[in-house]
Design a binder for this molecule. Structure first.
Ligand SMILES: Cc1ncc(C[n+]2csc(CCOP(=O)(O)OP(=O)(O)O)c2C)c(N)n1
Ligand SMILES: [Mg+2]
Length: 341
Protein backbone atom coordinates (compact mmCIF):
# COMPACT_ATOMS: atom_id res chain seq x y z
CA UNK A 1 0.00 0.00 0.00
CA UNK A 2 1.47 3.35 -1.09
CA UNK A 3 0.02 6.75 -0.13
CA UNK A 4 0.52 9.81 -2.35
CA UNK A 5 -0.69 13.41 -2.44
CA UNK A 6 -4.45 13.98 -1.91
CA UNK A 7 -4.25 11.04 0.55
CA UNK A 8 -4.72 8.59 -2.30
CA UNK A 9 -4.03 5.04 -1.20
CA UNK A 10 -2.71 2.69 -3.85
CA UNK A 11 -3.21 -0.98 -3.00
CA UNK A 12 -0.84 -3.72 -4.16
CA UNK A 13 -1.44 -4.97 -7.74
CA UNK A 14 -4.16 -7.62 -8.17
CA UNK A 15 -2.78 -11.14 -7.92
CA UNK A 16 -3.72 -14.73 -7.27
CA UNK A 17 -5.36 -17.47 -9.31
CA UNK A 18 -7.99 -16.66 -11.92
CA UNK A 19 -10.99 -18.95 -11.29
CA UNK A 20 -12.00 -19.17 -14.97
CA UNK A 21 -11.54 -21.71 -17.74
CA UNK A 22 -9.06 -21.00 -20.51
CA UNK A 23 -11.62 -20.04 -23.16
CA UNK A 24 -13.41 -17.53 -21.00
CA UNK A 25 -10.12 -16.12 -19.69
CA UNK A 26 -8.95 -15.58 -23.27
CA UNK A 27 -12.22 -13.94 -24.31
CA UNK A 28 -11.90 -11.44 -21.49
CA UNK A 29 -8.29 -10.72 -22.41
CA UNK A 30 -9.39 -10.20 -26.00
CA UNK A 31 -11.98 -7.67 -24.80
CA UNK A 32 -9.33 -5.77 -22.85
CA UNK A 33 -6.97 -5.72 -25.81
CA UNK A 34 -9.63 -4.63 -28.29
CA UNK A 35 -10.47 -1.59 -26.18
CA UNK A 36 -6.84 -0.73 -25.44
CA UNK A 37 -5.62 -1.02 -29.04
CA UNK A 38 -8.62 0.90 -30.40
CA UNK A 39 -8.00 3.79 -28.03
CA UNK A 40 -4.26 3.89 -28.56
CA UNK A 41 -5.06 4.29 -32.24
CA UNK A 42 -7.57 7.05 -31.44
CA UNK A 43 -4.86 8.97 -29.59
CA UNK A 44 -2.59 8.65 -32.62
CA UNK A 45 -5.35 9.71 -35.00
CA UNK A 46 -6.07 12.71 -32.81
CA UNK A 47 -2.47 13.80 -33.19
CA UNK A 48 -2.87 13.45 -36.94
CA UNK A 49 -6.08 15.58 -36.75
CA UNK A 50 -8.18 12.78 -38.20
CA UNK A 51 -10.21 12.82 -34.99
CA UNK A 52 -11.03 16.29 -33.72
CA UNK A 53 -12.96 17.93 -30.91
CA UNK A 54 -13.05 16.20 -27.54
CA UNK A 55 -11.53 12.80 -26.90
CA UNK A 56 -11.52 11.18 -23.45
CA UNK A 57 -9.61 7.93 -23.26
CA UNK A 58 -10.53 5.02 -20.99
CA UNK A 59 -6.98 3.63 -21.00
CA UNK A 60 -6.28 2.09 -17.57
CA UNK A 61 -9.97 1.61 -16.74
CA UNK A 62 -10.81 -1.15 -19.24
CA UNK A 63 -11.32 -3.88 -16.63
CA UNK A 64 -14.61 -2.28 -15.64
CA UNK A 65 -16.29 -2.41 -19.04
CA UNK A 66 -14.69 -5.79 -19.77
CA UNK A 67 -15.86 -7.24 -16.46
CA UNK A 68 -19.37 -5.79 -16.38
CA UNK A 69 -20.65 -5.93 -19.95
CA UNK A 70 -20.35 -9.70 -20.17
CA UNK A 71 -22.85 -9.90 -17.30
CA UNK A 72 -25.61 -8.07 -19.16
CA UNK A 73 -28.23 -9.45 -21.50
CA UNK A 74 -29.45 -8.23 -24.89
CA UNK A 75 -32.62 -6.68 -23.45
CA UNK A 76 -30.72 -4.61 -20.85
CA UNK A 77 -30.04 -0.91 -21.37
CA UNK A 78 -26.67 0.78 -21.05
CA UNK A 79 -26.00 4.43 -20.29
CA UNK A 80 -22.46 5.79 -20.16
CA UNK A 81 -20.43 9.01 -20.21
CA UNK A 82 -18.12 10.73 -22.67
CA UNK A 83 -15.46 8.14 -21.67
CA UNK A 84 -17.55 5.44 -23.30
CA UNK A 85 -15.64 4.03 -26.26
CA UNK A 86 -14.86 0.78 -24.47
CA UNK A 87 -18.41 0.28 -23.21
CA UNK A 88 -19.80 0.86 -26.71
CA UNK A 89 -17.39 -1.60 -28.28
CA UNK A 90 -17.90 -4.33 -25.70
CA UNK A 91 -21.65 -3.90 -25.85
CA UNK A 92 -21.42 -4.97 -29.46
CA UNK A 93 -21.22 -1.86 -31.61
CA UNK A 94 -18.75 -2.77 -34.37
CA UNK A 95 -15.39 -1.01 -34.25
CA UNK A 96 -15.78 0.33 -37.82
CA UNK A 97 -18.88 2.47 -37.06
CA UNK A 98 -17.30 3.57 -33.77
CA UNK A 99 -14.18 4.75 -35.55
CA UNK A 100 -16.22 6.39 -38.32
CA UNK A 101 -18.14 8.26 -35.60
CA UNK A 102 -14.86 9.49 -34.14
CA UNK A 103 -14.02 10.84 -37.58
CA UNK A 104 -17.44 12.53 -37.84
CA UNK A 105 -18.36 10.46 -40.88
CA UNK A 106 -21.95 9.56 -41.70
CA UNK A 107 -21.14 5.83 -41.55
CA UNK A 108 -20.60 6.33 -37.82
CA UNK A 109 -22.93 4.78 -35.24
CA UNK A 110 -24.49 8.22 -34.60
CA UNK A 111 -24.29 9.12 -38.30
CA UNK A 112 -21.31 11.36 -37.63
CA UNK A 113 -23.34 13.82 -35.61
CA UNK A 114 -22.24 12.71 -32.17
CA UNK A 115 -18.50 12.18 -32.26
CA UNK A 116 -16.44 10.59 -29.51
CA UNK A 117 -18.71 11.69 -26.65
CA UNK A 118 -22.01 10.58 -28.19
CA UNK A 119 -21.68 7.02 -29.43
CA UNK A 120 -25.23 5.63 -29.60
CA UNK A 121 -26.87 2.49 -30.90
CA UNK A 122 -30.52 1.64 -30.53
CA UNK A 123 -30.06 -1.97 -31.68
CA UNK A 124 -27.77 -2.84 -28.77
CA UNK A 125 -29.70 -0.59 -26.38
CA UNK A 126 -26.60 1.55 -25.92
CA UNK A 127 -28.19 4.87 -24.97
CA UNK A 128 -24.99 6.93 -25.13
CA UNK A 129 -22.42 8.57 -24.61
CA UNK A 130 -23.36 11.69 -22.58
CA UNK A 131 -21.29 14.87 -22.33
CA UNK A 132 -23.14 16.18 -19.29
CA UNK A 133 -21.58 15.10 -16.01
CA UNK A 134 -24.34 13.35 -14.06
CA UNK A 135 -26.62 13.45 -17.11
CA UNK A 136 -26.78 9.68 -17.41
CA UNK A 137 -28.30 8.88 -14.03
CA UNK A 138 -31.73 10.47 -14.60
CA UNK A 139 -31.75 8.92 -18.07
CA UNK A 140 -31.09 5.50 -16.54
CA UNK A 141 -33.85 5.95 -13.99
CA UNK A 142 -36.19 6.94 -16.84
CA UNK A 143 -35.28 3.92 -18.94
CA UNK A 144 -35.83 1.64 -15.97
CA UNK A 145 -39.18 3.30 -15.24
CA UNK A 146 -40.19 2.80 -18.88
CA UNK A 147 -39.28 -0.87 -18.63
CA UNK A 148 -41.35 -1.18 -15.48
CA UNK A 149 -44.36 0.51 -17.10
CA UNK A 150 -44.06 -1.62 -20.24
CA UNK A 151 -43.53 -4.77 -18.17
CA UNK A 152 -40.22 -5.52 -19.84
CA UNK A 153 -37.83 -7.71 -17.85
CA UNK A 154 -34.61 -5.71 -18.19
CA UNK A 155 -32.15 -3.82 -16.09
CA UNK A 156 -30.37 -0.56 -16.87
CA UNK A 157 -26.62 -0.38 -16.29
CA UNK A 158 -25.51 3.20 -15.73
CA UNK A 159 -21.78 3.99 -15.83
CA UNK A 160 -20.58 7.35 -14.54
CA UNK A 161 -17.51 8.96 -12.96
CA UNK A 162 -17.26 9.87 -9.29
CA UNK A 163 -17.51 13.52 -10.35
CA UNK A 164 -21.17 12.87 -11.14
CA UNK A 165 -21.90 12.45 -7.44
CA UNK A 166 -21.26 16.16 -6.97
CA UNK A 167 -24.26 16.85 -9.24
CA UNK A 168 -27.76 17.26 -7.84
CA UNK A 169 -29.38 15.38 -10.73
CA UNK A 170 -27.50 12.22 -9.74
CA UNK A 171 -28.97 12.38 -6.25
CA UNK A 172 -32.48 13.00 -7.52
CA UNK A 173 -32.11 9.99 -9.81
CA UNK A 174 -30.77 7.72 -7.06
CA UNK A 175 -33.53 8.86 -4.72
CA UNK A 176 -36.30 8.11 -7.23
CA UNK A 177 -34.71 4.82 -8.28
CA UNK A 178 -34.68 3.76 -4.63
CA UNK A 179 -38.16 5.10 -3.86
CA UNK A 180 -39.72 3.38 -6.88
CA UNK A 181 -37.46 0.31 -6.68
CA UNK A 182 -36.31 0.73 -10.25
CA UNK A 183 -33.93 -1.89 -11.71
CA UNK A 184 -30.90 0.34 -12.16
CA UNK A 185 -27.34 -0.80 -11.58
CA UNK A 186 -25.41 2.36 -10.74
CA UNK A 187 -21.75 1.80 -11.67
CA UNK A 188 -19.50 4.52 -10.33
CA UNK A 189 -16.10 4.53 -12.02
CA UNK A 190 -14.12 6.21 -9.26
CA UNK A 191 -10.82 7.20 -10.89
CA UNK A 192 -10.22 9.70 -8.07
CA UNK A 193 -10.23 12.80 -10.25
CA UNK A 194 -12.90 14.86 -11.95
CA UNK A 195 -10.83 16.66 -14.58
CA UNK A 196 -8.09 18.20 -12.40
CA UNK A 197 -9.95 18.00 -9.09
CA UNK A 198 -9.10 15.22 -6.66
CA UNK A 199 -12.10 13.72 -4.89
CA UNK A 200 -11.05 14.94 -1.45
CA UNK A 201 -10.74 18.52 -2.70
CA UNK A 202 -14.34 18.71 -3.83
CA UNK A 203 -16.33 16.28 -1.69
CA UNK A 204 -16.94 16.46 2.05
CA UNK A 205 -17.94 12.79 2.01
CA UNK A 206 -15.39 10.75 0.04
CA UNK A 207 -17.02 7.41 0.87
CA UNK A 208 -19.14 7.18 -2.27
CA UNK A 209 -21.04 4.12 -1.12
CA UNK A 210 -22.19 6.08 1.94
CA UNK A 211 -23.88 8.57 -0.36
CA UNK A 212 -25.86 5.87 -2.16
CA UNK A 213 -26.57 4.07 1.11
CA UNK A 214 -28.24 7.24 2.41
CA UNK A 215 -31.06 6.52 -0.07
CA UNK A 216 -31.36 2.98 1.20
CA UNK A 217 -29.57 1.57 -1.84
CA UNK A 218 -27.45 -1.56 -1.34
CA UNK A 219 -23.78 -0.89 -2.17
CA UNK A 220 -20.61 -2.70 -3.09
CA UNK A 221 -17.04 -1.49 -3.59
CA UNK A 222 -14.78 -3.37 -6.01
CA UNK A 223 -11.19 -3.11 -7.26
CA UNK A 224 -11.88 -1.78 -10.75
CA UNK A 225 -8.34 -2.57 -11.92
CA UNK A 226 -8.94 -6.30 -11.47
CA UNK A 227 -11.11 -7.71 -14.22
CA UNK A 228 -11.61 -10.94 -12.27
CA UNK A 229 -12.91 -9.10 -9.22
CA UNK A 230 -15.11 -6.84 -11.36
CA UNK A 231 -16.73 -9.71 -13.20
CA UNK A 232 -17.14 -12.07 -10.26
CA UNK A 233 -18.22 -9.48 -7.68
CA UNK A 234 -20.57 -7.51 -9.90
CA UNK A 235 -22.31 -10.70 -11.07
CA UNK A 236 -24.39 -11.10 -7.87
CA UNK A 237 -25.15 -7.36 -7.97
CA UNK A 238 -26.59 -7.72 -11.49
CA UNK A 239 -28.58 -10.71 -10.29
CA UNK A 240 -29.88 -8.81 -7.29
CA UNK A 241 -31.07 -5.89 -9.41
CA UNK A 242 -32.67 -8.29 -11.87
CA UNK A 243 -34.49 -10.30 -9.23
CA UNK A 244 -35.21 -7.79 -6.51
CA UNK A 245 -36.30 -5.08 -8.96
CA UNK A 246 -34.57 -2.30 -7.14
CA UNK A 247 -31.36 -0.36 -7.64
CA UNK A 248 -27.87 -1.17 -6.50
CA UNK A 249 -24.73 0.97 -6.38
CA UNK A 250 -21.27 -0.35 -7.17
CA UNK A 251 -18.12 1.71 -6.70
CA UNK A 252 -15.32 0.55 -8.99
CA UNK A 253 -12.00 1.95 -7.80
CA UNK A 254 -9.86 2.71 -10.79
CA UNK A 255 -7.41 5.15 -12.36
CA UNK A 256 -7.00 6.67 -15.79
CA UNK A 257 -3.49 6.40 -17.16
CA UNK A 258 -3.90 9.22 -19.66
CA UNK A 259 -4.89 12.85 -19.31
CA UNK A 260 -8.55 13.74 -18.70
CA UNK A 261 -8.93 14.65 -22.37
CA UNK A 262 -6.50 15.57 -25.09
CA UNK A 263 -6.17 19.13 -23.75
CA UNK A 264 -5.00 18.42 -20.20
CA UNK A 265 -1.40 19.20 -19.09
CA UNK A 266 -1.95 17.05 -15.94
CA UNK A 267 -0.50 19.49 -13.43
CA UNK A 268 -2.73 18.20 -10.63
CA UNK A 269 -1.17 14.77 -10.07
CA UNK A 270 2.44 13.74 -9.75
CA UNK A 271 4.17 11.24 -11.99
CA UNK A 272 5.02 8.98 -9.05
CA UNK A 273 1.33 8.47 -8.42
CA UNK A 274 0.58 7.71 -12.07
CA UNK A 275 3.49 5.27 -12.29
CA UNK A 276 2.41 3.53 -9.07
CA UNK A 277 -1.07 3.01 -10.51
CA UNK A 278 0.35 1.74 -13.77
CA UNK A 279 1.85 -1.16 -11.81
CA UNK A 280 -1.79 -2.13 -11.19
CA UNK A 281 -2.58 -1.96 -14.93
CA UNK A 282 -5.57 -4.20 -15.77
CA UNK A 283 -4.01 -5.86 -18.81
CA UNK A 284 -0.52 -6.73 -17.66
CA UNK A 285 -1.52 -7.89 -14.17
CA UNK A 286 -4.24 -10.14 -15.62
CA UNK A 287 -1.90 -11.44 -18.31
CA UNK A 288 0.78 -12.23 -15.71
CA UNK A 289 -1.71 -14.12 -13.55
CA UNK A 290 -2.95 -16.19 -16.49
CA UNK A 291 0.61 -17.03 -17.52
CA UNK A 292 1.63 -17.96 -13.97
CA UNK A 293 -1.29 -20.36 -13.89
CA UNK A 294 -0.51 -21.94 -17.26
CA UNK A 295 -3.73 -20.54 -18.77
CA UNK A 296 -1.90 -18.38 -21.33
CA UNK A 297 1.33 -18.60 -23.32
CA UNK A 298 3.21 -15.67 -24.80
CA UNK A 299 2.30 -16.94 -28.30
CA UNK A 300 -1.38 -16.96 -27.40
CA UNK A 301 -1.10 -13.45 -26.01
CA UNK A 302 0.56 -12.24 -29.20
CA UNK A 303 -2.12 -13.90 -31.32
CA UNK A 304 -4.93 -12.22 -29.36
CA UNK A 305 -3.12 -8.91 -29.58
CA UNK A 306 -2.57 -9.27 -33.34
CA UNK A 307 -6.28 -10.02 -33.77
CA UNK A 308 -7.18 -6.84 -31.89
CA UNK A 309 -4.71 -4.85 -33.95
CA UNK A 310 -6.09 -6.25 -37.22
CA UNK A 311 -9.59 -5.22 -36.14
CA UNK A 312 -8.31 -1.71 -35.45
CA UNK A 313 -6.66 -1.53 -38.88
CA UNK A 314 -9.93 -2.56 -40.52
CA UNK A 315 -11.91 -0.05 -38.48
CA UNK A 316 -9.56 2.75 -39.50
CA UNK A 317 -9.86 1.74 -43.16
CA UNK A 318 -13.67 1.77 -42.77
CA UNK A 319 -13.57 5.27 -41.26
CA UNK A 320 -11.14 6.55 -43.87
CA UNK A 321 -13.37 5.25 -46.68
CA UNK A 322 -16.39 6.89 -45.06
CA UNK A 323 -17.98 10.12 -46.22
CA UNK A 324 -18.95 13.39 -44.57
CA UNK A 325 -22.63 14.31 -44.63
CA UNK A 326 -23.50 16.58 -47.57
CA UNK A 327 -24.46 20.15 -46.72
CA UNK A 328 -27.90 19.53 -48.19
CA UNK A 329 -28.55 17.23 -45.20
CA UNK A 330 -28.03 19.98 -42.69
CA UNK A 331 -31.70 20.39 -41.74
CA UNK A 332 -32.40 16.69 -41.38
CA UNK A 333 -33.51 16.00 -37.79
CA UNK A 334 -34.21 19.69 -37.20
CA UNK A 335 -37.70 19.51 -35.82
CA UNK A 336 -39.02 22.97 -36.74
CA UNK A 337 -40.04 22.92 -40.42
CA UNK A 338 -37.74 25.22 -42.40
CA UNK A 339 -40.62 27.37 -43.70
CA UNK A 340 -41.88 28.05 -40.15
CA UNK A 341 -38.46 29.16 -38.89
C1 LIG B 1 -22.80 19.39 -15.84
C2 LIG B 1 -21.38 19.48 -16.25
N1 LIG B 1 -20.51 20.20 -15.52
C3 LIG B 1 -19.21 20.28 -15.88
C4 LIG B 1 -18.76 19.65 -17.01
C5 LIG B 1 -17.29 19.73 -17.38
N2 LIG B 1 -16.66 18.43 -17.11
C6 LIG B 1 -16.42 17.57 -18.10
S1 LIG B 1 -15.75 16.17 -17.54
C7 LIG B 1 -15.73 16.70 -15.96
C8 LIG B 1 -15.19 15.82 -14.85
C9 LIG B 1 -16.02 14.64 -14.56
O1 LIG B 1 -15.30 13.74 -13.78
P1 LIG B 1 -15.83 12.31 -13.45
O2 LIG B 1 -17.30 12.32 -13.33
O3 LIG B 1 -15.08 11.83 -12.27
O4 LIG B 1 -15.48 11.43 -14.74
P2 LIG B 1 -14.05 11.07 -15.36
O5 LIG B 1 -13.76 12.14 -16.39
O6 LIG B 1 -13.07 11.08 -14.26
O7 LIG B 1 -14.24 9.75 -16.00
C10 LIG B 1 -16.26 17.97 -15.87
C11 LIG B 1 -16.39 18.75 -14.62
C12 LIG B 1 -19.69 18.91 -17.75
N3 LIG B 1 -19.33 18.25 -18.86
N4 LIG B 1 -20.99 18.82 -17.35
MG1 LIG C 1 -13.37 10.75 -12.21
Amino acid sequence: MTETAHKIRIPAPPEGPVPWDRDFAHQVLQDLLRVRRMEEKCAELYGAQKIRGFLHLYIGEEAIAAGVLRLLQAEDNIVATYREHGHALLRGIAMGPIMAEMYGKQEGCSRGRGGSMHLFDRATRFYGGNAIVGGGLPLAAGLALADRMQERAAITACFFGEGALAEGASHEAMNLAALWRLPVLFLCENNLYAMGTALARSEAQTDLCAKAASYGIATLSVDGMDVVAVHDKVRPAVQQVREANGPMFVELRTYRFRAHSMFDPELYRDKVEVEAWKLRGPIHTYTARLKAQGLLTEEQFLALDAKAQAEVDQAVAFAEAGTFEPESDLLRDVHTPAEAA
